[in-house]
Design a protein around this ligand. Structure first.
Ligand code: ATR
Length: 285
């Protein structure tokens, strides 16, 4: 890709950022579309200064990662409704000096499920975890009209708070108690349990003794992609469930962000193409 005087700048900002594969992914998108954009990774200690820099240098857009997804909001001119409700922005687009924030995580996760043939509409959904990753996902599921959504969490009060603060306002009732007889069709781990050690996210949750409620009729999804198969997914797979990890979410949130940055549509087969590229280049396992 030839960088010239017309190249528009994009980046991921956060701390740390060096392990992100967003630069390789977004630059691949520009490579195949021939869009004249360049995407970098910028580590920052001050999100306020970083946003000032984006304005000063007329940077076209950034992805925002931890620990700034919430703090960044106060420095933007506009925030779309979903991101505002979530209190979390992962994509900022600069249109003629006006900075607007979006959250593409929820849509990214939803599209990754659909791409894997896992439907939410009319299904009983069990979400494990009630942290920052759970909320966007559950919000997107609500729009898809599931039969029921249950959110269970190690600290139950957090799931109850999420039900009251977000979902009651949306007019959708979520359950926060596990029901062993509920026939959950899709079970999703949104917690970080399993990322660094082989533990099940359910071990400390009241009422869940094991994963025997998962069977070959179920689908299980984990937002974690490294390791590629957590103990949760491995257990679900051994019970015959269809399983997917968090890689699809990561790729799809990037696809959606890129389309916002460039106001272009990526080709229909982009997911498979970028995944193949990242594996071939050993960026992904
Ligand atoms: P964030 O909101 O930034 O995503 P968080 O509030 O720490 O981070 O949320 C992480 C989620 O993972 C929470 O649901 C957390 O459960 P608690 O609310 O009880 O802390 C969950 N989590 C993290 N480690 C876990 C573990 N070992 N077992 C079960 N749940 C765990």
């Amino acid at each position: 890709m030839l960088i010239n005087g017309h190249t528009k700048q994009l980046a991921i900002i956060g701390k740390p950022v060096e392990h992100s594969f967003s630069p390789q992914m977004h630059n691949f998108f520009s490579e195949i579309t021939k869009n004249n954009y360049s995407y970098s990774a910028w580590e920052t200690d001050s999100i306020e200064d970083a946003i000032k820099g984006i304005r000063a240098m007329n940077i076209r857009g950034v992805n925002v990662t931890a620990p700034y997804k919430k703090d960044v909001i106060q420095y933007l001119d506009d925030v779309d409704d979903t991101a505002l409700l979530l209190g979390s922005v992962n994509t900022v687009v600069n249109s003629n000096g006006r900075l607007k924030g979006y959250n593409t995580d929820a849509e990214g996760f939803y599209r990754s499920l659909i791409n894997a043939g896992i439907n939410i509409t009319g299904k009983n959904i069990l979400v494990i975890g009630a942290g920052g990753a759970a909320q966007p996902a559950v919000m997107r599921f609500v729009q898809a009209k599931p039969k029921s959504i249950t959110v269970v969490n190690r600290t139950k009060s957090k799931a109850d708070k999420m039900r009251c603060d977000i979902f009651e306002k949306l007019g959708f009732d979520i359950n926060t108690e596990f029901d062993a007889f509920a026939n959950y069709d899709v079970v999703i781990n949104t917690t970080s349990a399993g990322m660094t050690s082989s533990i099940l996210p359910t071990v400390e949750i009241d009422g869940i003794d094991n994963l025997d409620f998962i069977n070959s009729e179920c689908a299980a999804a984990d937002m974690i992609y490294n390791p590629p198969e957590t103990l949760f997914l491995q257990t679900a797979r051994k019970k015959g469930a269809k399983t997917i990890n968090g890689l699809g979410m990561l790729i799809y949130q990037g696809i959606i962000a890129y389309e916002l940055f460039t106001e272009t549509n990526l080709p229909d087969d982009i997911y498979e193409r970028v995944k193949e590229y990242l594996i071939k280049e050993k960026i992904l396992r």
